[in-house]
Design a protein. Structure first.
Length: 130
């Protein structure tokens, strides 16, 4: 009798678990799968960082990348640049910056495509000698 109660309880718990897992929406499943795909460097993304005070673009980066935030208020972008090659970039975020991440998968044929652009109006000092 005791084994039968344990068996019924186990079956009931499995049924509840199945209902909970199957009750998520299609969008939840797709979001989870896209995030997993990006963390395996199977999706190309473009990150655009804006200065929210001036409305200017500060930085753009694109490539097959995994994105996360760390405890130092930085956006950590790990980019795949070759079969076993990676680059790690940090973007410091503060109250004046914001960013947008776009999924651009399918726009490039090179799986190790990687670009990093800094947008600035400040020109470097140039010394001309004759």
């Amino acid at each position: 009798m005791k084994n039968r109660i344990i068996c019924v309880f186990t079956c009931l718990m499995m049924l509840v678990g199945c209902v909970v897992l199957c009750s998520c929406s299609e969008a939840d499943k797709v979001n989870r799968n896209i995030s997993k795909q990006a963390n395996y460097f199977e999706a190309e993304r473009r990150i655009t960082v804006y200065n929210a005070r001036t409305d200017n673009v500060i930085l753009e980066m694109e490539g097959a990348m995994s994105i996360s935030n760390n405890e130092n208020n930085e956006l950590v972008c790990t980019v795949k640049t070759g079969p076993n090659e990676y680059k790690k970039n940090y973007i410091y975020l503060n109250e004046y910056t914001m960013y947008v991440v776009e999924d651009i998968t399918g726009t490039h044929t090179d799986p190790y495509h990687y670009k990093l652009y800094f947008h600035t109006d400040i020109l470097p000092d140039v010394e001309v000698r004759s």
